[in-house]
Ligand binder design. Structure first.
Ligand code: WQD
Length: 334
């Protein structure tokens, strides 16, 4: 099938493009490189042995979208494109609401114009806010604590309303927990601009000496070792979940949300120590005060994705740490 991937040069997008190509899909990517590099496509071609058709442009630009849809008969869309920094979204909410919402609305409008009614959406576990219990199920109440998370929840609402308006639409909303790791080739991975907000990219920069030490945000949570607990999932497992979601939206109509995680909670210290052990290096850290807005624990119940998407994560925390380190060392050699 021919799949359009918005934001396909990004971290999760590029890994998903590799998996799409590996099973024989034709892939078209649109990306404005606001949080990615065009060099991703060279790496994707080297890994997959196939070329990716890509267009540089903004998903919110309706004439750009129409140009792409007029050139290719697209069977389904995977929509990654969007800003995703929680902290920045608090400082610049209008930037996030404008970009993330308008681009999605324009994309849906053009999809409808070209009778393309199948979309996989990159949502987030952040829509659960502070869960009432664990593990988290898809029917838990939804609430958000920052504009980034609110754009994800708003887009889920838009998709739900659009689905109700026309039974031709088919949406799978994938709620990612904490994606980390990199393709085993070490050629693609997470490489955020500036000082990383998230734990693993920060650890990666400490491991190469780019940053002196890790600040652990609090060790007084109600968790086994006092540090925050999250459901870290290998980005390749996540990418494979998108392939299953594509198959699902091709065979169903309506709108469904799916948790994509491992179902296991891992603490900050667990992750740091595993990273040190498998990579035979030390990650110096200091315990500092909690980060505002953080919750103590968050991990998924992935039964629905297992039963309806026939998908389950398989990669271990050790592999996530080994693959992350291999990527960052490869990047340093460049
Ligand atoms: C994980 C744990 C921190 C950095 C975020 C977004 C969420 C989603 C995934 C997009 C927490 C601790 C972190 C550091 C630390 N993104 N930590 N020192 O906050 O669970 O989720 O990324 O959808 O929307 O909110 O991930 O990696 O920032 O934090 O101690 O320098 O690591 O307190 O316990 P988080 P994270």
């Amino acid at each position: 099938m021919r799949i359009l991937v918005t934001g396909g040069a990004g971290y999760i997008g590029s890994h998903t493009v590799v998996e799409l190509l590996s099973v024989g899909h034709d892939v078209i990517v649109i990306d404005n490189f606001s949080n990615s590099k065009s060099s991703s496509f060279e790496a994707i071609s080297k890994i997959s042995g196939k070329d990716v058709i890509f267009y540089e442009g903004d998903v919110a630009d309706i004439s750009f979208l129409r140009n792409v849809f007029s050139k290719h008969s697209i069977d389904a869309v995977i929509h990654f494109a969007g800003y995703k920094a929680v902290g920045e979204s608090v400082e610049k909410p209008l930037k996030y609401y404008d970009n993330n919402l308008i681009s999605t609305i324009r994309l849906l409008e053009v999809m409808e114009e070209y009778q393309c009614y199948r979309l996989v959406f990159s949502s987030s576990a952040t829509v659960y806010g502070s869960p009432k219990s664990l593990p988290i199920l898809e029917d838990f109440s939804l609430s958000t604590t920052n504009p980034y998370g609110t754009t994800k929840l708003m887009i889920e609402t838009i998709l739900t309303d659009v689905s109700a308006s026309n039974s031709k639409w088919s949406f799978a909303m994938l709620r990612y927990f904490n994606p980390i790791g990199a393709h085993e080739s070490g050629m693609i991975g997470e490489d955020p601009n500036g000082i990383p907000n998230n734990l693993m990219p920060y650890i990666m920069k400490v491991s190469t000496g780019e940053l002196p030490d890790l600040k652990i945000f609090g060790n007084d949570y109600d968790t086994p070792d006092g540090t925050g607990v999250r459901d870290y999932i290998h980005v390749v497992d996540l990418a494979k979940g998108h392939l299953k979601a594509i198959d699902y939206v091709m065979e169903h109509v309506g709108v469904e949300a799916f948790n994509l995680g491992t179902g296991h909670g891992v603490s900050v210290l667990d992750l740091v120590h595993t990273f040190e052990r498998v990579n035979h290096i030390s990650i110096p850290y200091t315990i500092v005060e909690r980060r505002s807005g953080d919750i103590a624990s968050c991990y998924a119940d992935c039964t629905k994705a297992h039963e309806k998407l026939h998908w389950t994560s398989s990669k271990t925390l050790e592999e996530m740490c080994e693959d992350s380190y291999r990527y960052v060392i490869n990047q340093k050699k460049k």
